[in-house]
Design a protein around this ligand. Structure first.
Ligand code: ATP
Ligand code: MG
Length: 449
């Protein structure tokens, strides 16, 4: 959304309404206001809004009626419902009618602002998906996944078909190609959508910790196990367990996971009672598991168990038609930093680059560019030097210094396992400054993880 968010405030309390108009205007939104339900409906016929902040108790037409009627609009806005705290049941009804979220009065402007931005983002996503659907008859996109590429659409069709089943799914693809997004889509499209989606990274933790996270532990199972703790498999009961980077799992843990999959039961660490859970397994890896099997790093029996259905996500350089689509979308989702659009030269540069870090690298490049760009239009010099094809160090007169700082930050993050607070303390800078630098330098998670 490379423009301001259009907000309509409908509330009969004049002081409160004027306050909201003023403060939301200060947050950079384009705000109109009306004082009752009838006026709200009339205004919504005349002009289009991204978000409506709707008071539930209003004269002439109640908020709930307004909500019901506005669903009939060609492009219904996202609705944030405001209620008194005794009216939570109305809020629940409003959510059923399609409201995006509800807030109880009195509300902090900061909170309202965040919800407005999220609601607008959701609206944008819905519109993008609708546009896409219009372009690609036959292939309905799975939730939140944007693509125009035939290869990706083929992958999404597999996802659509396999999602409603309980079959295990293995998602293959290079770093940043959207594996986790796809895993979530499979969950969202399944009958388990109302139950938890529980991700665990199989390589980030030492084996003992990983197993006690996954399967839980009994009191006294090991030093430090002062209490009983249920495992993530238990939290995922009825839902989906996402084993991320399954190729990194230690062989001992692989045995336990396989046994759990085959018997449908597992033991907590230090436990003697078998426990039964109902979970659907989705796994992902960027490793070549066939190769890992040859060297014995990955168990063949586990491989066959999880590989019932495999979905391969192509790298971004093999679907360049997605670059402009994704870049434009990310400019919209980063709109919190200001209103921006991409210049034609920027689009050309983005489309020419190979994106070794795939969609994640593109996302970081856009976030960085949005922050760095001065005008409304993002220019080539706002892009990371590697995207422009320039050697990174020669990018600017201060290039090498910046590079040193970047390396220093990455090394520090690695040292503290990615803990931003600790890294900021070690670097003796404010955590917010660190956060800005991480974005400005386009430091990706996998550089320090
Ligand atoms: N087709 C897409 N449409 C919209 N957003 C996408 C798409 N593909 C990826 N993304 C976004 O790009 C980022 C990286 O995606 P994701 O985390 O799913 O990748 P991954 O394959 O799991 O990466 P890694 O191997 O590094 O863990 C996320 O922010 C995700 O929302
Ligand atoms: Mg991932």
């Amino acid at each position: 959304m490379s423009r301001r968010i259009r907000v309509l405030v409908a509330d009969d309390e004049r002081n409160l309404r004027e306050l909201m108009v003023r403060e939301l205007g200060r947050k950079g939104h384009e705000v109109d206001d009306v004082g009752d339900g009838e006026a709200a409906l009339a205004r919504l016929q005349e002009a289009s809004y991204d978000v409506v902040v709707l008071d539930m108790k209003m004269p002439k037409r109640e908020g709930i009626e307004v909500l019901r009627e506005l669903q009939a609009l060609a492009e219904p806005p996202q609705v944030i419902v405001m209620t008194g705290f005794q009216e939570v049941s109305t809020a629940v009804e409003a959510m059923k009618l399609g409201a995006y979220d509800y807030l109880t009065k009195p509300t902090k402007i900061e909170e309202l602002d965040i919800v407005i931005r999220k609601a607008a983002e959701k609206g944008q996503l819905v519109r993008d998906n609708e546009a896409l659907r219009a372009h690609a008859p036959g292939g309905e996109p799975a939730s939140g996944i944007l693509t125009k590429s035939a290869a990706m659409q083929a992958a999404l069709r597999i996802i659509d078909r396999v999602a409603p089943t309980d079959s295990a799914v293995l998602i293959l693809g290079d770093s940043g190609t959207g594996k986790e997004l796809v895993a979530r889509a499979i969950h969202e499209l399944s009958h388990r959508a109302q139950r938890p989606f529980v991700p665990i990274h199989c390589g980030a933790l030492p084996r003992e910790v990983f197993e006690s996270e996954l399967f839980g532990h009994e009191k006294g199972a090991f030093t430090g196990a002062v209490g009983t703790k249920p495992g993530l498999v238990e939290l995922a009961d009825g839902g989906t367990l996402f084993l991320d980077e399954i190729g990194e799992m230690e062989p001992d843990s692989q045995v336990k996971v396989l046994r759990a999959l085959e018997t449908g039961t597992f033991f907590r660490v230090g436990g003697t009672r078998p426990r039964r859970v109902d979970v659907r397994l989705v796994a992902a890896t960027n490793r070549d598991l066939a190769e890992a099997m040859k060297t014995g790093a990955f168990r063949q029996d586990l491989y066959f168990r999880i590989n019932t259905i495999a979905v391969k996500l192509p790298p971004l350089r093999e679907r360049r038609e997605d670059i402009a689509l994704l870049a434009t979308h990310f400019v919209g989702t980063t709109a919190a930093y200001g209103v921006k659009r991409l210049s034609p030269r920027v689009l050309a540069a983005l489309e020419a680059y190979d994106w070794p870090g795939n969609v994640r690298e593109l996302l970081h490049a856009i976030e960085r560019a949005v922050i760095l760009s001065k005008g409304e239009e993002i220019q080539p010099e706002d892009l990371p030097p590697e995207v422009l094809g320039a050697p990174a160090a020669a990018a600017s007169p201060g290039g090498s210094l910046e590079q040193m700082e970047r390396q220093h930050i990455v090394a520090t993050l690695r040292q503290v396992g990615g803990h931003r607070g600790k890294a900021a303390a070690l670097l003796a800078i404010d955590p917010k400054t660190l956060y800005r630098k991480i974005i400005a330098y386009g430091i990706a998670h996998d550089e320090w993880a």
